[in-house]
Design a protein around this ligand. Structure first.
Ligand code: NDP
Ligand code: 8X3
Length: 268
């Protein structure tokens, strides 16, 4: 969508780095930035499934011939992979202006005592340590020019913990704490730190959470009116095209039929 002339000017020629761009919110955000800038933008898109990024790049190139897109296979949970990735970016993509820390996941619904150690590690390595490592690596670029936007994708699960979500909720509470500390640390700079906290969004999130069981994933949204990746993408672009004096610090975003974490707690 169009965000108006001022937003178009503010975003013109910027370089936007999106993690987890191969599906859902990240993919929609890449498309939304391309549209909002009318193709006058550079996009760095990363995820593990490079073939998905290749088809997204083709789609973007077809729709927006002036857009410059760099795709990369990057697993944010692998320590030591992030700094080399950034230093090997083509020169024209190195001066990042907007970082969207979006890559993340929940794995399963197991209760404490029964949670697979591998799922605990993968969730924290991706949602928390990956996000922290990317931020640490990109922040010096922003500090050098005293500008830049960091958008962290939190969740209602980072404010309202629920049974069967202990690990995912803890990871998103950690994202919120990290984001708040960072915003306070950067108070004397022009760097903006933004957290978007969605409720239910119909993406591949539930497929991943249910280990690929699509019928379980579909059941999560049955009878509900969830958000879609595009809805969150619009808010990310909106937040990062405000006047530089304006920081959208937190945005809690529900679909119209949700008002808390959507899980039911009752004695069984
Ligand atoms: P999707 O599963 O559709 O997208 C997740 C993205 O993260 C994919 O592009 C995936 O790509 C990427 N990803 C996963 N693991 C890694 C990794 N180790 N390294 C790099 N990229 C990775 O889900 P969503 O779009 O819904 O999720 C995006 C963010 O939104 C997550 O942080 C999620 O927690 C958050 N969120 C989602 C909500 C929802 O209801 N859907 C609600 C609130 C927050 P690939 O597999 O190719 O690596
Ligand atoms: C995803 C939303 O409620 O499934 O962050 O945890 S929820």
């Amino acid at each position: 969508m169009s965000y108006g002339t001022k937003a178009l000017q503010r975003i013109a020629g910027k370089t936007v780095f999106i993690t987890g761009a191969s599906s859902g919110i990240g993919k929609a955000t890449a498309l939304e930035y391309a549209e909002a800038s009318q193709g006058n933008l550079k996009l760095i898109l990363v995820a593990r499934r490079i073939e998905k990024l290749e088809s997204l790049k083709n789609e973007l190139n077809t729709k927006y011939p002036t857009l410059k897109t760099f795709i990369g296979k990057l697993d944010v949970s692998i320590k030591g992979s992030i700094k080399p990735f950034l230093s090997e970016l083509p020169t024209e993509f190195q001066d990042i202006d907007i970082l969207v820390n979006n890559a993340g996941k929940a794995l399963g619904n197991a209760k404490v005592g029964l949670i697979d150690e591998k799922d605990i590690n993968e969730t924290f390595d991706t949602n928390v340590l990956g996000l922290i490592s990317i931020t640490q690596a990109v922040l010096p670029i922003f500090q050098k020019k005293n500008s830049g936007d960091i958008v962290n994708i939190g969740s209602i699960a980072g404010r309202d913990a629920y049974p069967g979500g202990s690990i995912y909720c803890a990871s998103k509470f950690a994202v919120r704490a990290f984001t708040e500390s960072l915003r306070k640390e950067l108070i004397n700079t022009k760097i903006r730190v933004i957290e978007i906290q969605p409720g239910a969004v119909n993406t591949e999130f539930s497929t991943v959470r249910n280990y690929g069981d699509q019928s379980k994933a579909d059941a999560v949204y049955k009878g509900r009116e969830p958000l879609y990746g595009e809805d969150i993408a619009e808010l990310i672009v909106f937040a990062t095209t405000r006047n530089p004096n304006t920081v959208i610090a937190e945005l809690l975003v529900f679909p119209s039929d949700q008002a808390s974490a959507s899980h039911v707690y009752k004695r069984e």
